[in-house]
Design a protein around this ligand. Structure first.
Ligand code: MRU
Length: 365
């Protein structure tokens, strides 16, 4: 997608072979900075400190991190240790363990001297497939928007299609296109008059800083709202559909996504508004059924709650304190939306019910 009119991806191999380039998402939208990852430890730190974030991008960064580890030491011992270390960088998005396993399975039977280049090949495949899957999610989601528009034409309404989204499930969370935002980009490119309500998404404000930035760069009309405003807008007919991404989806269709997603689903359900979740196959955890009991929820530093980051009067990106110094904070980073609250899952293979039967219909194997 575009930044200042130039096409970018979130992650790439440096042409001189010196490592992996990424956009530093911690300082967006105020600064555009690139970081180079030269070792597996750089990749680990980039995931853990959220230089890169978003389930699909975390997976791709993990895959390249394993490539960097094998360039350094291709032994069996180093392979196992690197997988373990990288996998511990963030616990909730299943794409990370999925991508690491895929690279490991690809290289482990090879002689050590062939492993780094095979890992590079596999990581490139994962990155390219992510782009293709997100683009296909965009096409399927576009067809849903076109249906919504037909209903509205029947009602003779000509205001923009109002879509609400939470967190950042745009191209910055993937390699390109995004998941939840891909249908929005495709709709915009197809001339659909679309407007996006962007939940700010406290505590790290991925909506206010990243989603708003992405949409602005693509010229898409959007309005940032506080996380608590969505229910009110829904009650007043100002939301046509909600669309979010996911970090882990169970085989039965429960969806784990950024904290606050569950409350949006409840409000959408109460107001009879479709609630869609967009995901690539790499986000499905086939080993679990009950999202609330089985998905590990990352607890992050309470400082993200007690403080907030922004631009100060000297144009420096800075943190300021919000709460009394003696107050404690609690920071669970994700919650689980039960499948019963989800209207449909939008995948690269089509749109299905959030049920085991729905998922098995398009992923029979
Ligand atoms: O903590 P983050 O920013 O990594 O969380 C990201 C999300 O929750 C996204 O909505 C999710 O990864 C889907 S991304 C396509």
């Amino acid at each position: 997608m575009n930044i200042n009119g130039q096409p970018w991806k979130t992650i790439w191999l440096e042409p001189d072979g010196s490592g992996v380039g990424v956009i530093d998402q911690r300082v967006l939208p105020h600064r555009f900075e690139i970081k180079k990852l030269s070792t597996q430890h750089d990749a680990f730190d980039a995931i853990r400190s959220m230089v890169v974030r978003g389930a699909p991008l975390i997976g791709v960064t993990g895959a390249y991190g394993l490539m960097l580890a094998l360039q350094d030491d291709p032994s069996d011992q180093a392979l196992d240790a690197a997988c373990q270390t990288l996998n511990s960088s963030r616990p909730t998005a299943v794409n990370l363990s999925w991508a690491l396993k895929r690279v490991k399975d690809r290289v482990s039977l090879l002689p050590p001297e062939q492993r780094a280049s095979a890992a590079k090949h596999e990581a490139n495949l994962i990155a390219n497939e992510d782009i293709e899957m997100c683009s296909a999610i965009g096409d399927h989601g576009l067809s849903l928007f076109q249906e919504l528009l037909k209903q509205r034409e029947a009602e003779k309404r000509d205001e923009p299609l109002n879509i609400l989204t939470h967190c950042n499930a745009g191209w910055l969370a993937t390699v390109d296109w995004g998941t939840a935002l891909a249908p929005i980009y495709k709709a915009h490119r197809n001339g659909i008059n679309i407007h996006v309500w962007v939940d700010e998404t406290r505590p790290r404000n991925q909506g206010a800083s990243l989603t708003a930035y992405e949409l602005g760069q693509e010229g898409i009309s959007h309005t940032v709202i506080v996380d608590n405003a969505g229910g009110h807008l829904m009650q007043h007919g100002l939301v046509d559909a909600v669309i979010v991404g996911t970090d882990r989806t169970t085989r039965c269709g429960d969806v784990c996504n950024k904290i606050g997603t569950y409350l949006k689903a409840l409000a959408a359900h109460d107001n009879n508004i479709p609630f869609y979740v967009a995901l690539p196959a790499s986000t499905i955890d086939w080993s679990i059924t009950d999202g609330i009991k089985e998905i590990p929820i990352e607890t992050r530093n309470a400082k993200e709650v007690t403080h907030i980051q922004g631009l100060d009067h000297d144009n420096s990106v800075t943190m300021v304190q919000l709460t009394p110094s003696e107050s404690q904070g609690l920071n669970p980073a994700f919650d689980v939306t039960p499948a019963r609250l989800i209207t449909a899952l939008i995948t690269e293979r089509g749109i299905v019910n959030a049920t085991e039967a729905g998922l098995k219909r398009i992923y029979p194997h």
